[in-house]
Design a binder for this molecule. Structure first.
Ligand SMILES: *[C@@H]1O[C@H](CO)[C@@H](O)[C@H](O)[C@H]1NC(C)=O
Ligand SMILES: *[C@@H]1O[C@H](CO)[C@@H](O)[C@H](O)[C@H]1NC(C)=O
Ligand SMILES: *[C@@H]1O[C@H](CO)[C@@H](O)[C@H](O)[C@H]1NC(C)=O
Ligand SMILES: *[C@@H]1O[C@H](CO)[C@@H](O)[C@H](O)[C@H]1NC(C)=O
Ligand SMILES: *[C@@H]1O[C@H](CO)[C@@H](O)[C@H](O)[C@H]1NC(C)=O
Ligand SMILES: *[C@@H]1O[C@H](CO)[C@@H](O)[C@H](O)[C@H]1NC(C)=O
Ligand SMILES: *[C@@H]1O[C@H](CO)[C@@H](O)[C@H](O)[C@H]1NC(C)=O
Ligand SMILES: *[C@@H]1O[C@H](CO)[C@@H](O)[C@H](O)[C@H]1NC(C)=O
Length: 468
């Protein structure tokens, strides 16, 4: 600990003075990551100024452009020292680690000129806020291999207020930026950071594989628009664990594209693990599946979830025209306190990309398992609404005890166009989920085999400032 602090102090002093040359070798600290790097530098080596008012957009670009030459030579890491580092959007490179010191704060610029425009996501056809383009995320990466964004709980502050105002006033000409978006990439780690006040979604891995999201604290006012926590979108092999999220939208929203664009792109989210998540989301879900699910969502395993003061625990959102599927969903070990609905499924979510959706594209919702849960102070146990002529099937709810609130609805379960079973669930579920009896308390599945993402190992790395 003392050595670590000393190393950072030496590094800081060296960054500014004549000591710099002498200190280039030998500074180090430890952290854990999917890959360690051979080359390291500090943002201050590239003209970074951490005074909270100087723009560091160019410093980040210069640093990462420079470090990208080491991609094939052991990779590189960029250290962001204590300070307030104002910056616009910047791009990452492969075999690269961005490391934020615990007293480093990245402050997102509020100047739109600091945010390049990029194309809409192909699986969405348009931006989420407006038609056409969107602002690039604060930290953006595309077509990368092996990229790590971490720290010892350093902060990324999106300063989202101005964006939320523009959203509410209808003044956005393009879709708001996210804090972190990694696209078309393999081997991604985002860990040990605090993210706050994102203009919109916080963490958006999309069209990517082997993604680890770990130990994030995500904070945004509960009234801020669309500040989703973590949105795995058309990703394979993802693990989200040990996160604490308080936000204005879903804590985790699993997605895979929108209507005809998502169907055409056809890239599902599958093999997703969510564990040890604590969520407060008074107006949205702890875990949402959809509403954009047109590429399909399959094999989601969620466990050890704590939900407080949230609208719903698990929510499936879809609509006619979405196509796609949500199947093989397993959730167990969830504790909920003060909820509007423990379980919610919506087949008429609407919200279409445009009017060209195919009314015959019906989503398939199948094999949904919820078990081993307790909830208290719940207004309504479940609202499960399938699509007429396209019922949601294979729903299983077992060993679930829901204690209703004083002002609870008279009918605790409201089910339409669904089919499934229940056992050891209280209050007594609707007749569309017939009770199999208390001996079937373990009726609902949860796969016991190890998910492939658990094979990705994390190593102990040591930072070395050595960039020439
Ligand atoms: C990151 O967080 C995890 C879990 O809280 C912890 O075990 C690990 O030591 C942290 N790593 C660093 C580098 O701070
Ligand atoms: C990041 O990369 C994207 C895609 O290659 C590009 O459109 C964008 O302008 C880049 N952003 C910056 C800040 O250079
Ligand atoms: C990134 O990968 C996607 C999918 O493989 C490809 O369509 C796209 O052209 C690539 N973009 C760049 C900038 O290489
Ligand atoms: C990280 O910082 C946030 C915000 O200050 C704090 O709430 C959280 O407990 C910290 N996490 C760790 C692991 O220290
Ligand atoms: C947005 O577009 C309108 C015209 O549609 C224009 O008047 C306004 O200046 C634009 N705002 C920005 C920030 O570019
Ligand atoms: C129960 O939930 C209501 C909101 O529905 C809330 O106002 C009340 O404080 C909660 N009670 C407890 C004991 O948590
Ligand atoms: C029922 O769920 C509780 C958690 O709510 C768990 O501790 C218990 O082991 C479960 N019982 C069975 C038989 O699985
Ligand atoms: C039950 O849900 C249906 C829609 O699925 C709704 O029309 C109906 O009003 C609800 N009934 C109650 C008692 O909440």
């Amino acid at each position: 600990m003392v050595v670590e602090v000393l190393a950072i102090v030496v590094l800081l002093i060296s960054a500014n003075g004549a000591e710099s040359r002498k200190a280039k070798f030998g500074n180090h600290f430890e952290y854990s990551a999917i890959s360690c790097r051979a080359h390291g530098a500090s943002l201050t080596d590239f003209g970074g100024v951490g005074d909270g008012t100087t723009s560091n957009t160019k410093a980040f670009k210069t640093a990462i452009d420079h470090l990208s030459q080491f991609s094939s030579f052991g990779g590189s890491e960029l250290f962001v020292p204590p300070g307030k580092w104002l910056t616009g959007s910047f791009n990452l490179t492969s075999h690269f680690t961005l490391y934020l010191h615990k007293n480093a704060v990245l402050l997102a610029s509020q100047d739109e000129n600091e945010w390049p425009l990029i194309d809409p996501l192909p699986s969405y056809g348009r931006g989420r806020d407006t038609e056409g383009g969107r602002f690039s995320s604060l930290i953006f990466g595309t077509n990368l291999t092996d990229v790590v964004i971490t720290g010892d709980n350093g902060t990324i502050d999106g300063q989202g207020e101005v964006w939320w105002q523009k959203f509410h006033k209808g003044e956005l000409n393009y879709t708001r930026p996210y804090l972190i978006e990694i696209m078309f990439s393999d081997r991604v780690q985002i860990s040990n950071l605090t993210l706050m006040n994102s203009p919109s979604w916080n963490v958006h891995p999309v069209y990517s594989s082997n993604v680890i999201v770990q130990s994030l604290t995500i904070l945004a006012p509960v009234t801020s628009p669309n500040t989703d926590g973590i949105n795995p979108d058309s990703c394979t092999n993802t693990r989200i664990e040990d996160c604490y999220i308080v936000s204005g939208d879903d804590c985790v929203a699993v997605k895979s594209g929108w209507d005809e664009y998502g169907i055409a792109f056809g890239m599902p989210t599958k093999q997703l693990v969510i564990r040890r998540l604590t969520c407060i989301s008074p107006f949205s879900a702890v875990i949402a599946l959809g509403s954009e699910m047109s590429g399909g969502i399959q094999d989601v395993r969620a466990e050890d979830i704590v939900a407080i003061d949230s609208e719903s625990g698990v929510r499936i959102k879809t609509a006619i025209g979405r196509g796609g599927f949500v199947k093989d969903i397993y959730v167990r070990g969830m504790t909920m306190k003060t909820m509007k609905w423990a379980f919610w499924m919506t087949g008429n979510y609407g919200s279409h990309a445009d009017n060209n959706f195919d009314p015959n594209a019906l989503p398939v919702i199948q094999n949904i398992n919820y078990r081993d849960m307790v909830a208290e102070n719940v207004t309504m146990a479940a609202r499960l609404e399938g699509i007429p002529g396209d019922p949601f099937t294979g729903i299983c709810i077992s060993n679930v005890t829901i204690e209703l609130a004083k002002n609870a609805k008279k009918v605790p379960w409201n089910c339409t166009d669904i089919a499934g079973i229940s056992s050891a669930a209280t209050p007594k579920p609707c007749h569309l989920l017939p009770d199999q009896g208390p001996e079937k308390i373990a009726a609902c599945d949860f796969p016991e085999d190890k998910p492939p993402i658990d094979d990705v190992e994390v190593q102990s790395c040591s930072f070395r400032r050595k960039y020439i």
